[in-house]
Design a protein around this ligand. Structure first.
Ligand SMILES: [Zn+2]
Length: 152
């Protein structure tokens, strides 16, 4: 039914360009199988939300990580090592992060996406984000022409 591992441990995966190596590959290439959403995605979208899958190991693209980091920092700074205090502080920790801060993290994530989108690697993207962060803006609504030209 599917490509098996060989005795030497190699294999176990279909070749990327294979179209008919095994039943599993033939099925997964069928249009109705390709269009099938995961249960998680279906449930989220049924509730009226947008489901976005982010690449693994790229926390810079997931700005909720910065939110959780700030919440943890708040909790750490207001900690007396009791569960009661943790419970009391949790809502305050969540409320301590302003919408403007979340928007800044989202904007920084956009700064990462643009270089990735044109095919740059992590190090080059990091350089672009630093350049972007160090530039002075006259308006938060306008992207400088140099960057607009660079990233289309
Ligand atoms: Zn296969």
């Amino acid at each position: 039914m599917q490509c098996k591992k060989k005795k030497d441990g190699s294999g176990g995966k279909c070749k990327s360009d294979a179209t008919s190596c095994c039943a599993k590959r033939i099925l997964e290439l069928q249009p109705d199988f390709k269009e099938q959403k995961s249960l998680v995605q279906e449930v989220i979208e049924e509730c009226g939300h947008i489901c976005i899958f982010l690449p693994k190991f790229h926390c810079e693209l997931n700005f909720i990580e910065f939110f959780w980091g700030a919440v943890k920092k708040y909790l750490c700074e207001h900690c007396d090592y009791t569960f009661k205090t943790l419970q009391e502080n949790m809502l305050m920790a969540l409320a301590s992060i302003s919408l403007q801060m979340i928007q800044k993290w989202e904007h920084r994530m956009d700064c990462w996406v643009a270089p990735y989108d044109v095919g740059l690697g992590v190090k080059e993207a990091q350089k672009k984000v630093r350049e972007f962060s160090s530039k002075k803006y006259t308006s938060h609504r306008r992207v400088p022409e140099t960057l607009a030209a660079q990233f289309g």
